[in-house]
Design a binder for this molecule. Structure first.
Ligand SMILES: Cc1cc2nc3c(=O)[nH]c(=O)nc-3n(C[C@H](O)[C@H](O)[C@H](O)COP(=O)(O)OP(=O)(O)OC[C@H]3O[C@@H](n4cnc5c(N)ncnc54)[C@H](O)[C@@H]3O)c2cc1C
Length: 321
């Protein structure tokens, strides 16, 4: 039986959506024993999840999301992996996993595969799928060696595991003896401004692109997102133009989202943009150009001017809410 260790994340005290996606990914491998590690400041309570085992790692330096935490988390998770000898360690792709994952792999003398969209076990070998060439092609990589392999999966690549929580064992693993002095010094923390639901977690994303022609229509984009209980997204062109903050950028060099509804206005659908949203359950596109490539990905499309469609949609949603 293969063993998977998941680097779990907490969101408001519960397992994050991304952690549940990793559980689905691990279960899809086949006959696998799944462990989830939750790290945090002393006193964290680890939520129950559909896994065989939960490891709880408590330490002062695991409490914050900063560079010192990344050092401590690398030390702690590496020690846990050395002790439990999983075949595969799974992270959800994020800023922190991009720092911790490769360092952990180096210390374990293991392969690190980042931003994968699928994982499978082919005989004894793990094979991962990874989008390449700006999302225009998928490459499959066989990971050599016996592992543990360290893999980060793109958020939204798997459905969140919805089985009832069945954790049978909770084990407290003391990371203190393994956490060394931090080699990083935190100079300052900049809190990303955020109102409402987080873009990556949103069930509905309303996104705008260069076709909006300026920053003003983003007020209406935000209004619609608000009415639908969603978040605002944007193309890189709109962010680069300074119409909206880069934290809203969706795509290859932005955030990956997989909402139930992705509503786009004035976005052409370049592969680098779609790399961040093509796993959305339903894409609805509004664009004046009937040849815009986003219509190839959209479930519903409106060939029309956003300045007419957007206010009409806002008013229709108001009427029914
Ligand atoms: C290495 C690399 C990484 C990249 N990463 C990203 C990324 O992460 N995210 C990203 O988005 N891009 C990324 N890009 C840029 C990407 O290639 C595109 O340039 C960008 O997505 C285009 O943004 P857009 O669709 O808003 O603009 P455009 O391509 O200019 O499209 C604007 C669209 O608006 C339509 N339109 C015009 N007027 C109206 C109107 N009144 N009503 C309705 N529709 C209208 C037009 O028909 C057009 O289709 C990357 C590029 C590179 C090279």
């Amino acid at each position: 039986m293969a063993k998977a260790l998941i680097a779990g994340e907490l969101s408001n005290g519960a397992a994050s959506q991304q952690t549940l996606e990793l559980i689905t990914a691990a279960r899809s491998i086949g006959d696998v024993s799944v462990s989830v590690a939750f790290s945090g400041a002393p006193g964290i309570s680890a939520p129950s999840v559909p896994a065989d085992r939960i490891y709880v790692l408590e330490h002062d330096r695991l409490g914050e999301s900063d560079t010192a935490t990344f050092d401590a988390a690398t030390d702690a998770l590496t020690a846990l992996a050395k002790e439990t000898q999983p075949d595969v360690v799974l992270f959800s792709r994020s800023d922190s996993s991009s720092v911790i994952g490769p360092r952990m792999a180096a210390r374990l003398n293991a392969a690190f595969a980042q931003d994968c969209t699928a994982i499978e076990l082919n005989g004894d070998a793990f094979v991962v799928t990874r989008p390449v060439y700006g999302g225009n092609a998928n490459a499959r990589f066989k990971l050599n060696g016996s592992g543990p392999h360290v893999i980060s999966l793109r958020p939204g690549s798997y459905e969140a595991h919805s089985a009832p929580d069945t954790t049978s064992e909770v084990i407290h693993f003391d990371p203190a003896p393994h956490i060394g002095d931090s080699r990083s010094t935190l100079l300052r923390t900049v809190q990303e401004a955020q109102e409402g639901v987080r873009l990556e977690d949103a069930d509905v994303v309303v996104a705008g692109g260069r076709g909006l022609g300026g920053p003003e229509p983003f007020t209406q984009i935000a209004e619609l997102a608000n009415l639908l209980g969603g978040a605002v997204g944007a193309s890189r062109a709109a962010c680069d133009a300074g119409w909206i903050d880069h934290s809203s950028q969706v795509g290859l060099t932005g955030k990956s989202v997989s909402p139930r509804l992705y509503l786009s206005f004035g976005i052409s659908g370049a592969s680098q943009h779609m790399a961040g949203c093509s796993s959305s359950r339903n894409i609805v596109a509004v664009n004046t150009d009937p040849e815009a490539s986003i219509f190839g990905d959209a479930r519903f499309g409106v060939v029309g001017d956003f300045s007419k469609v957007l206010p009409a949609l806002i008013s229709a949603v108001r009427d029914i809410s």
